[in-house]
Design a protein around this ligand. Structure first.
Ligand code: ATR
Length: 274
């Protein structure tokens, strides 16, 4: 019997990653014989960690904070969506040393919003808060879902303007600061800032959340809800959701790239919510 194919997620920190559990559930469900581990990589050591994993026969990697841009750099071929995102969260490793880079974050978000939560993105007015790597990673697939508008709001307005300009050819995207949001209404507010990591919420005007606004945090709470989800619920949002579904959906897309099999995501999301 040949040994199981090896996969892993690399990041820093990585101890609390749910990816090993998600991929173990996918493997059990689809009858795929794989092992998937979490590897803590020191900053500055990412390229050698990938090389060592690949030399040992590793077939694929997920890449998380802070290595997605480095993963982009070490890929020798990339999907169009990874090129747009400027970041890679999935590497397909060939036995001959090849590295194909993809980014499944955006499609994961769109699938969670549309297929799991039943939101209609076509024609929606979307507020995307944040203009860093997380926002960049999802903007392409979001615009491809044909919203009426995507408003990019960021603490540093110039960064939002820069990002909006880089995606303007894909759809109607504009940039502003937080104060400029006062009095405006949105169907969906996405939090793509790193504020949660510091236990903070971006300082949005409270009236931006209306009774029919859906609020979604790309981050998920390791213990209970994220600060943004709690804030959105306090403002009376129609729904306030974290990014656990997106996490499972981006994992499913990675699993499909590696194994050619698409796992069912709902039972896995349900198992993780328990
Ligand atoms: P990531 O890869 O997680 O997106 P990043 O590229 O460092 O990380 O971007 C972090 C994002 O979170 C930025 O949009 C940042 O705003 P600035 O561009 O103004 O720095 C935003 N951010 C971080 N902490 C924040 C806070 N406390 N309030 C509002 N925005 C915050």
């Amino acid at each position: 019997m040949s040994p199981a194919d090896r996969y892993a997620v690399m990041g820093n920190p990585i101890a609390h990653s749910k990816s090993p559990r998600i991929h173990a559930l996918f493997a059990a469900q689809t009858g795929q014989d794989i092992v998937y581990e979490a590897i803590l990589v020191e900053r500055g050591r990412f390229p050698e960690a990938v090389a060592a994993f690949q030399a040992a026969g590793g077939k694929g990697l997920n890449v998380t904070v802070p290595f997605k841009e480095e993963a982009y750099a070490i890929a020798d071929a990339r999907s169009a969506r990874a090129e747009r995102a400027g970041a890679v969260n999935t590497l397909v490793l060939g036995p001959d040393g090849t590295r194909y880079g993809d980014n499944t974050d955006g499609v994961g978000l769109v699938r969670d919003l549309r297929d799991n939560l039943g939101l209609v993105l076509a024609g929606a007015r979307i507020l995307l808060v944040g203009a860093g790597g997380a926002a960049r990673g999802i903007l392409g697939p979001l615009l491809e879902a044909r919203p009426a508008t995507v408003t990019l709001a960021n603490r540093t307005v110039a960064r939002a303007e820069h990002l909006a300009a880089a995606f303007a050819d894909l759809g109607p995207v504009t940039a502003c600061g937080f104060e400029a949001l006062a009095g405006r209404t949105f169907d969906l507010i996405l939090n793509a800032t790193a504020a949660s990591l510091a236990g903070e919420v971006p300082p949005l005007p409270p009236d931006v959340v209306r009774p029919d606004t859906v609020c979604y945090d790309l981050a998920y709470g390791e213990r209970g809800e994220t600060p943004f989800v709690a804030w959105a619920r306090e403002q009376g949002a129609a729904h306030a959701l974290d990014g656990l579904g997106m996490l499972v959906e981006q994992a499913a897309e990675s699993f499909y790239l590696w194994r050619g099999v698409r796992p069912a995501t709902r039972p896995v999301i349900a198992a993780l919510r328990e």
